[in-house]
Design a protein around this ligand. Structure first.
Ligand SMILES: Cc1cc2nc3c(=O)[nH]c(=O)nc-3n(C[C@H](O)[C@H](O)[C@H](O)COP(=O)(O)OP(=O)(O)OC[C@H]3O[C@@H](n4cnc5c(N)ncnc54)[C@H](O)[C@@H]3O)c2cc1C
Length: 393
């Protein structure tokens, strides 16, 4: 067995793990990343794509923003559509938040930039690792064991960062009685299509429709991401891409439906929606970050952004510890991060409840439409949406 030593062992090489690793590396704090998948597999994952201002700032701080600045699309507003008469209102979030913007830049592209930075520096990483397991994190000598290319490793460290997503091993290693889980499953899912066609609109469109929510989003000026609310018992094999385009156009108002450019799907999937938070998110010397600690329904575009802000917060705490010798930031990581996480959970849950067909109750639908109408026509209402959408400080 090979024994290695590092300051921070990072389990998982998604956005949370890679951002944390790079923030620490840039400040000279030794860390090792271990993922149970290959880099090619990780780069093939198609996920989020809307970055908050604070995430953009972190990418800039990391010094890897060149491609994002060139290829990312800066957004200053989005449009809400609702009702049988397809009323619409643009939410000018930049104007309402003192200049904050959103950046459309695919998670896949961001991951490519992060992996390139990791590969270009001398930080150690293990991909395709097997049996990755955190140990002794309630002691002063935590470690992570794993097997790589047939060889068994022990990675001794000061801290373990569990950045291994919702199904990862980190949270599952914590005794059940040490955490409280808060969870909400939604009785519908999102049928999504990613296609190399120009988006129907320059800005994101959220539509409340009596047959289910519609989201028109994009990853670039030539790559569109569309979603339709579907019931949980819908089967992907029953949906051809042609059926998807037909249903999308049927739900959209005529002027937008006419503008939809159709094409083959690069990816098509049905995703269930879930809210999940575990508390606390620190267990001795094991910290949980990103999807390992919390899940939001994608309606608020918060998942990737929360992963980035968790990474920034933990890295600040670690820098304080290693450079100034005190652990205040680490001690406050769980409570401070959870404050921010719950606000994003609330916004994502609220936007989901506002725009989706919840059940067949005509009264409930009237309430939703009335609330959207109120928000759309009240400056205070628009500001509430805007400041949550661009990300609270
Ligand atoms: C299908 C899908 C679509 C999404 N769409 C959106 C969207 O449109 N908008 C939005 O805001 N958010 C979206 N999200 C959420 C967003 O992508 C996540 O919140 C984000 O990826 C979280 O980053 P993370 O680093 O915490 O976790 P992940 O990206 O999940 O990374 C976890 C890493 O850990 C590794 N890992 C897992 N288990 C182990 C193990 N046992 N040992 C070692 N490594 C392990 C994985 O291989 C992975 O590389 C989507 C998520 C999914 C799954």
């Amino acid at each position: 067995m090979k024994t290695l030593k590092t300051k921070v062992a990072i389990i998982g090489s998604g956005p949370a793990g890679l951002i944390l690793g790079q923030l620490l590396h840039n400040q000279g704090i030794d860390n090792v990343v271990i993922d149970n998948k290959s880099q090619d597999y990780i780069l093939g994952r198609i996920r989020a794509g809307v970055l908050e201002q604070s995430t953009v700032d972190i990418i800039r701080e990391l010094g890897i923003s060149e491609r994002m600045e060139r290829e990312g699309l800066v957004h200053n507003g989005f449009t809400m559509i609702w009702g049988d008469d397809y009323q619409r209102q643009r939410i000018p979030f930049t104007e309402l938040t003192g200049g904050k913007v959103m950046m459309v830049y695919g998670q896949t592209e961001l991951t490519k930039d992060l992996l390139a930075a990791r590969n270009a520096c001398d930080a150690l990483s293990f991909y395709d690792a097997e049996d990755v397991t955190p140990h002794d994190f309630y002691s002063e000598s935590p470690r992570v064991s794993f097997t790589h290319q047939g060889e068994a490793y022990q990675l001794e460290c000061d801290y373990i960062a569990g950045c291994d997503g919702f199904h990862g091993v980190s949270r599952q290693s914590v005794p059940e009685q040490e955490m409280t889980v808060y969870e909400n499953a939604y009785p519908f899912g999102w049928l999504g299509v990613l296609a190399d066609v120009p988006p129907v609109s320059d800005e994101v469109v959220y539509q409340h429709h009596q047959d289910g929510y519609v989201l028109c989003s994009m990853r670039s000026s030539t790559r569109s991401r569309y979603y339709l609310q579907v019931s949980l018992d819908e089967k992907l094999e029953d949906w051809s891409v042609d059926r998807f385009w037909t249903e999308l156009k049927r739900r959209l108002p005529d002027d937008l439906a006419e503008k939809v450019v159709t094409g083959p799907a690069l990816e098509m999937s049905i995703a269930p929606l879930r809210s999940f938070v575990c508390e606390p998110i620190r267990f001795g010397n094991l910290f949980l970050l990103g999807d390992a600690a919390h899940i939001v329904p994608p309606t608020g575009a918060k998942g990737l952004n929360l992963a980035a802000s968790d990474a920034k917060q933990l890295s600040d705490g670690l820098l304080q510890f290693y450079n100034q010798g005190h652990s205040e930031g680490l001690d406050q990581y769980s409570s401070k991060a959870l404050e921010r996480i719950w606000k994003a959970e609330r916004f994502s849950w609220w936007m989901t409840s506002l725009f989706h067909k919840l059940d067949d109750s005509a009264f409930r639908q009237k309430m939703q439409l009335s609330e959207i109408h109120y928000l759309a026509h009240s400056k205070a209402g628009q500001t509430t949406i805007a400041e949550n959408f661009v990300g609270l400080d």
